[in-house]
Design a protein around this ligand. Sequence first.
Ligand SMILES: *Cc1c(COP(=O)(O)O)cnc(C)c1O
Length: 455
Amino acid sequence: MITSSEWIQQYPILGSVANREEVFWCNPDYTAFKTAQSRLTLSEEDIFNAEQRLARFAPYIAKLFPETQPSQGIIESPLIDIPHIQEALSEDIDIRPGRLLLKCDNQLAISGSVKARGGIYEVLKHAETLALDQTAFTTDDDYSILDSAIYRQLFSRHSISVGSTGNLGLSIGIMSARLGFQATVHMSADAKQWKKDLLREKGVNVIEYQGDFSKAVEQGRQQSEQDANMHFVDDEQSIDLFMGYAVAAKRLQQQLQSLNVAVDANHSLFVYLPCGVGGGPGGITFGLKQVFKDNVHCFFAEPTASPCMMLGLMTGLHDKINVRDIGLDNVTDADGLAVASPSGLVGKTLYQMISGCYTVEDNHLFEYLNQMIDLEKISLEPSALAGLPGAFRLIATTVGQQYIKQHKLSTSMANATHIVWATGGSMVPDDIMNSYYQRGRSLLAGDNQSIDSDS
Ligand SMILES: *Cc1c(COP(=O)(O)O)cnc(C)c1O
């Protein structure tokens, strides 16, 4: 077993990481798209198939969830400018990044987070497989007929389970229960009470575990292995989840076109994605790379207490390393990002496609949360703000500047577009959002006071 001081000797930046300092790290294994893609078996065709499957389900989704009728049963989020917060953050570093956009996955229908992409896709695919295998249903049918007694009965004989302390549980639980499946979410006892209450209200079976959460997930996995009628959604290894996320890239391409945003050799696209276990940002990165190739640069954002993907990529150990190995505690208020070991599937698939990772202190997340409400009237959960400082850190840090130089982007940076991926927020109850807002406010007031007293 390697000790934390040995890690730090080998990778000096880990000294700062172990001290919970904010760092910006660029991935030395990042490679031209063509080379990186050549060793993968997953391809653009897999994304196309996932996109087609979601299109087949659209009439069914529109019927079950009337809130998706304006978009004809397609679950997608807006892409918008955030000029006011861009102005405020630019002042701090005296440089203005090109154009700053927000991808509002906090507004995704049904479960209000990025998990509505992967989680819902996996549940739908499972439902489709059952209907095709066990009934006369075909892919040419109108999928809204799945909302009828015979299919509901079929689904009710099957169960879907997942281990999650947060948004994945909400997404899988709500969707599975609504389709008629028996749904079970394995949660740690310290998961947020409102999430447990909401799931139970929707008819989901919530099982709580004292102690180590990874044991809870393991128990869920074992249970499903013994039960042929149970499907376990595996956050760390599921290709279906990954592909559900990847579809976002195709939709984003259209949205950028309608905003007249060019992405080409002179107009780079930078995307900043909050990362927990890595499936969400990983799937989206895979999709973006297929679409924009070398013209897109994806950076993953993690809390200072849980930089698991950074560690996995840096050491090449992927899921075999844990943030505790360098003395971090994985305790963060960024619920969705509190993950100690990254997904091996994501790290091994994408180690040549991820441009880098950076960390953000919890206090900063709350400050951004407060500013996002004050300046843009957008309520995000703490995790969802990790992408916000990315563009500024890229431009203002030495490491970021080296990346820009190395990829010959210096002259075109003024034309660049930066997308902050806002991954969640609309499910958070008002009183809890308000306490987050107040916490950000007092932190900002404290910051200003210390600036005043210094001067
Ligand atoms: C789950 C989640 C993420 C990260 O997704 P992973 O697949 O765990 O990396 C980011 N933000 C929010 C709000 C989430 O719920």
